[in-house]
Design a protein around this ligand. Structure first.
Ligand code: ATP
Ligand code: MG
Ligand code: MG
Ligand code: MG
Length: 562
């Protein structure tokens, strides 16, 4: 592909509103553009990488015996009512009505559609097991779309669904899927772990998530170096309603705080020191324990409070600990996420207070002059357990550590949840009707693009691994006007393509510096530069990941690249 003919709008500046490195670089290197919050266009380079990722996913799914199809995005509300999710799914479900006022959803996932399809078409155990998959656009009206492709509102997912007549058969397919997922993420060169997804049932095998280890990850994993143990520390959602009376409000003063705030801005606004602000987010026990964070609605809450570092135990009464954790939340008193392995049920009245500042249960507002005890109190909570760094793993063979992870895949034994609700079943050997036993298996394909982008980069740009690079080789002529350079570059373009290399030929009339900077930014595995030594038939070859450079003659180039 000649670069002058394609569409690679690179940017010199770091886009101001891109918060993740992958997001910044995908924009800068001209791979994606934002259309609306959480909605993106994949430009030619981004689309190529996406297709390569899809191809790897496809190969491994096919190898595991799954069959590809394509289901509709536009889904009838009736199906969602049958499964009970029309109400349960909440505001994340994108709903719409057609011209006849019939309600529809834009599919966030496809359990309902596939269950109804298989219900209508399969009626005998003889046709089971069956695993179907698709790679398709999903819609979820995420509360906080962010980090570019990592959390979109329109995104691409591979989702597979398996149907079985026995638990053993489901077990088998589940294991095949775990294996396929492991192959996929390994082929992509990712640093990942399969973790137990439901930490409430530690040791359970009914659901696993595949986590790419990355600081930007929104999930927290407890794992151990000594054993295979790894689990997602589910963040329990506690709804903290603001309920106290006007009288109790005393001298509280409600102040507006800008939506996207840095610590400095908040501190200035609330006339407290930055240190005080930070303290509201971190709590300290015996100077050893710095516990975790809130990821609320505001920039300030994004500060990832660190996990318990080297702490043997927490000498805090649980009630006090919950209180402290809630205090961490200086944002609005909306749902607060607690970094504990808990079921917390708060009917009402858990409040966030510290240093006289607290959330006002309204986005972008806080109260000043808060008096703990007088103005707020914890009303109700139960069954709380903290997992600490250094705790033994459930098998007692290792000790627990924490890391952040990006959830790129999720495998789940659904059992008969949907087939019961939707009356979907088959006739067994004795002619008796039985519900399908089901599994579902998702991969965030567009999220994977960002996860890979997050991992393979340096200060200059991307460093794509061969298997998913948008092109194999970046071919550059330093001076388009130099006859010898031009001829040699044209020759090489033909030659390399005849050896099935996918080549991006920078034939633009740009300065060499611009071409090199763009080449580093785009990050193809190999750069072949035709410069001053063109008349001798010699080119410079640079490998993006290792940074090694060589001068090779045209004749030896193909052999050496192999
Ligand atoms: P998350 O916990 O990140 O919200 P999820 O558990 O809701 O994800 P699943 O329902 O398990 O997601 O969907 C399967 C996969 O789809 C996830 O493992 C993830 O890789 C991907 N995915 C989910 N939501 C998004 C999103 N908003 N943007 C991009 N990919 C997503
Ligand atoms: Mg989600
Ligand atoms: Mg999840
Ligand atoms: Mg999930």
């Amino acid at each position: 592909m000649k670069q002058s003919k394609t569409f690679i709008p690179t940017l010199r500046e770091i886009p101001a509103d891109a918060d993740a490195l992958s997001h910044q670089l995908l924009l800068r290197a001209g791979f994606i553009r934002q259309h609306a919050s959480g909605v993106y266009s994949y430009l030619p380079l981004g689309f190529k990488v996406l297709q390569k990722i899809e191809e790897i996913v496809r190969e491994e799914m096919n190898e595991a015996g799954a069959v590809e199809l394509l289901l509709p995005s536009l889904q009838q509300a009736e199906l969602w009512q049958e499964s009970g999710r029309w109400d349960a799914y909440g505001p994340e479900l994108m709903r719409l009505t057609d011209r006849h006022e019939r309600p529809f959803a834009l599919g966030p996932t496809h359990e309902e559609v596939i269950t109804s399809l298989v219900r209508d078409e399969i009626n005998s155990y003889k046709k089971l097991p069956l695993t179907l998959y698709q790679i398709q656009t999903k819609f979820r009206d995420e509360k906080r779309p962010r980090f570019g492709l990592l959390r979109g509102r329109e995104f691409i997912m591979k989702d597979a669904y398996s149907f079985h007549s026995t638990e053993e058969s489901l077990d088998e397919t589940y294991q095949d899927m775990v294996k396929a997922y492991t192959n996929i993420f390994t082929r992509l060169g990712l640093n990942f772990r399969a973790v137990i997804a439901d930490s409430g049932s530690i040791g359970g095998t009914d659901t696993h998530e595949f986590m790419v280890l990355s600081e930007i990850g929104e999930d927290t994993i407890a794992y151990s170096d000594e054993t295979d143990y790894a689990a997602n520390i589910e963040m329990a959602e506690v709804n903290v309603e603001y309920t106290h009376s006007d009288e109790e409000m005393g001298t509280l003063e409600k102040v507006e705080t800008p939506d996207q705030r840095t610590i400095e801005e908040v501190a200035n606004y609330l006339e407290v020191s930055q240190e005080q602000c930070i303290k509201t987010l971190v709590f300290n026990v015996d100077d050893e324990l710095i516990v975790v964070l809130s990821r609320g609605d505001h920039e300030i809450n994004e500060i990832k409070l660190k996990h318990a570092l080297n702490a043997e135990s927490v000498e805090l009464a649980e009630e006090q600990a919950v209180f402290e954790l809630l205090n961490c939340h200086v944002g609005s008193l909306g749902p607060v996420k607690l970094p504990v392995n808990v079921k917390v049920i708060a009917d009402h009245g858990i409040k966030s207070i510290r240093n006289g500042v607290c959330g006002a249960n309204e986005d972008g507002f806080h109260y000043k002059n808060v008096n703990p005890g007088r103005d707020f109190a914890i009303d109700h909570f139960e069954d709380i357990r903290f997992i600490q760094v250094g705790d033994p793993t459930p098998d007692r063979q290792g000790t627990i550590k924490f890391a952040e992870g990006i959830e790129v895949g999720h495998v789940f034994k659904l059992g008969t949840k949907y087939s019961d609700a939707m009356n979907a079943g088959f006739l067994d050997e004795n002619g008796r009707k039985q519900p399908f036993i089901m599994g579902c298996y998702g991969i965030g394909v567009s999220r994977l693009l960002a996860a890979v982008a997050e991992q393979f980069q340096d200060n200059y740009g991307f460093m794509w691994p061969k298997q998913i690079a948008p092109y194999d080789i970046h071919l550059i002529s330093v001076n388009e006007k130099d006859e010898a350079q031009k001829t040699l570059t044209d020759d090489l373009y033909k030659l390399l393509r005849s050896y099935r290399y996918d080549v991006l030929y920078d034939d633009r009339k740009e300065r060499a510096g611009v071409k090199f900077a763009d080449a580093d930014l785009i990050g193809l595995p190999v750069r072949v530069t035709v410069g001053k030594k063109a008349s001798e038939g010699i080119v410079e070859v640079k490998f993006r990941q290792s940074g090694e450079t060589f001068e090779w003659a045209k004749e030896e180039l193909v052999d050496r690249l192999n």
